[in-house]
Design a protein around this ligand. Sequence first.
Ligand SMILES: [Zn+2]
Length: 158
Amino acid sequence: MPFYKGHKPYYGFLGKHHTEETRKKLSKSHTGKKLSPEHREKVIEILKNNPPSKEARKRSGEKQKGNLHHNWKGEKVSYRALHNWIVNNFGKANHCEHCGKLDAKVYDWANISGEYKRDISDYIQLCRKCHIKFDDSPQKHLERIKNLSLGWYRKCLR
Ligand SMILES: [Zn+2]
C-alpha cells in the first residue's frame, strides 16, 4: 500500500487479543510464510512504536551468543581494518606467490606471522587454494615461498 499524506495506518489489532485456540490456528497457518513488503513495513513500524522490552532483547541476545555474527564484532574488527589497510595501500592480491598462478578466480593477502602486523612484509599474496593449505601449516609453506622468484613483485611495490 503506497503511503498517502494524512493516511493513518490501522493499528487497532494491537490492542485486541485472540483466544488461545485462534492463536494456535494463526501460528500454524503463518509458519514458514514470508512477509509481504507491506506487512514487513507494518511490523517494523509497530516495533518502532513498541520497542521490545529489555528482557526480550536480552533473550534474543543470548540466542546469538556463540554464532559467527557475535564473534565478528570482537576479534574480526582488527583483522578487517588491517585487510582494508593492505588493499588501500598495496591493492588487491592479484597473483599467487606460492604456485605462481596468475589466472585464479580469487587471491588473498595471507598473514605470515599470525600477529597481523601493520607491515606488508608480514603478508603474502596467495590464491585461495594455496591460502587454505598455507593456513594449515604456515611454516612449511613459508620456506618454499621464500625461495620463489615471484618475490620480486613485492619489491616492485615498495
Ligand atoms: Zn597458489
